[in-house]
Ligand binder design. Sequence first.
Ligand SMILES: Nc1ncnc2c1ncn2[C@@H]1O[C@H](COP(=O)(O)OP(=O)(O)OP(=O)(O)O)[C@@H](O)[C@H]1O
Length: 591
Amino acid sequence: MKRNKNLIAQHRSAQRKYLVLLGIISFALGTAIVGQAALLAEAVQRIFVEKASFSSVAMILGMLLAIMALRTLLSFGNGRIGLHMAATAKTNMRESVLHNLTRVSMGLSLQGQTGERVSVALDAVDEADSYFSQYIPKMVEAMIIPILVLVVTFTQHANSGWIMIFTAPFIPIFMILVGLKTKNKSEEKYAQLAHFSGTFLDSLQGLVTLKIFGRTQRQQQEIERSSLNYRDTTMDILKIAFMNTFMLESIVMLSIGVVALELAIQLVVYKSMTFHTAFLVLLLVPEFYNLLKNTGTAFHSGRTSMGAIRKVESMLEKNRVEAHVSDGNDQMPNFQMSHAKPLPVPPSIELKNVRFQYAPDSFEFHSGSVFLKPGDNIAIVGKSGAGKTTLLHLIAGLLKPDSGVILVNGNPLSQDNEEVWFKHVSYITQHPYIFAGTFAENIAIGAGRDVSRAEIEKAAEKAGLTAVAAQLDKGFDTSVGEGGRGLSGGEKQRLALARAFLKRPAIILFDEPTVGLDLHTESILQRSISTLSKTSTMITVAHRLYTIQHATNILFVDHGSIVDSGCHEELLKRLPQYAEMVAVQQKGGLA
Ligand SMILES: Nc1ncnc2c1ncn2[C@@H]1O[C@H](COP(=O)(O)OP(=O)(O)OP(=O)(O)O)[C@@H](O)[C@H]1O
């Protein structure tokens, strides 16, 4: 599929064979409609005008029945093709969205609201259904059947044909006007649904905080306001839809009336046509308008769908992964690693004039030039808000530098190779995420490959989790996370360590707990970290004097820059801010 085509066009051309099939069936359907009208007119002419016997028309009635059955079958066939096209398009679209969300660079995936993504991946993709299941089949029918009916009408009675030609354009003109209005409204509806989902999800996630601060009432009002806005826009769309139906019905009724009047005048007053012809035309005219009217309704839902598809499209566009990321270009020169094996030597990391801002005119970080030796044990220290986490996230590849470069073994770290990079990095945050699943599954996530129970248990043992698992109802098979048993902060961090033991990463990023842990947990953490750091470069946002003193290289961060780096003794001698920070920590008894 070409990149420059929009999503609708991509899906339409992917399903070209079904469009051809729809065209063929629609032609057959048009022929069946004309045939049905002709047979019915013939039967009525013979029975009521010529007073023919039943047996003489039995054959015609039989054919009529058969053609009616055929018509139903063909309509059903068109419907099925539409549904099939919709199902395929939705599956592909959802696949693209999920693929996009999982392959997108970390920086992009952390932007925006989660609720909005959920609403695009689920609701907007579902809403795309009617474009394929209704709009396309009806449009194909509308391009073929009315023309067929019109041609037959002209051959029978040209005046009726002219009335139809004259009145028919009112329907598409009206449809286009309404459609344009609905399109904007439907895009507005999606923006509001996304906002509503985002607000709702935020509130659910922060329910505890909201309750503690007594803000539930206010948040409830915000959700209510957001949901009422969404309702109002939906109602606006429905109003347009009802108005649309009413206007279309009126146009159709009026047009049929005009044709019928003209036929009656020709038949009764001027006696210039036969009953058979008049009746045949009278049967064909409603078919003609009904088709156009149904197309109008399909056009309306198609327009609503298009708004939803555009939403999916804009998300895919925004998060577009550069071609070479998905090309399997998994090689970082001189950074050869297979995810199953640890690096023979942890890589060197170099920051060259890295600059980063969260937003214009906000906090700015600049690194200057820093070289981190392979296997170093690095501590990032500084006051609260100095930029320690920002630096850690830049090294981790979670934030993208605005300028400057981060070199891993001399090769720039970029979005193109972040997948390889992440295979060799473990990030132990203060609040590791626990997925809904068993305790063992949560540890196994760390490996990124199939691991045996023995390996999981060994990793758990190294992280000091054996006793924790023993206390759980079903041991390693106990459900934890969403819908399962909760874990304490220390247990979660140890679980993150167990993941790291399984992964055996070349680089470990560790956000040291700021809150005091009990002595037992503290010693397990320290022991595990020191074991892990033997085979990795360890980068810690350090708060404990113990960690700081044992670091081989300390990066002192102040007001968004790395002011100095060196070992504890060096910094004590030459950096007064550092000596002051150490003194404060010692006084506070934090050591
Ligand atoms: N997502 C963000 N958007 C805008 N500004 C941010 C964002 N995250 C952090 N900041 C700002 O960047 C600055 C540095 O934050 P950072 O988290 O790196 O500090 P820190 O040294 O790790 O602090 P602490 O020790 O308190 O965790 C702060 O002023 C913070 O308000």
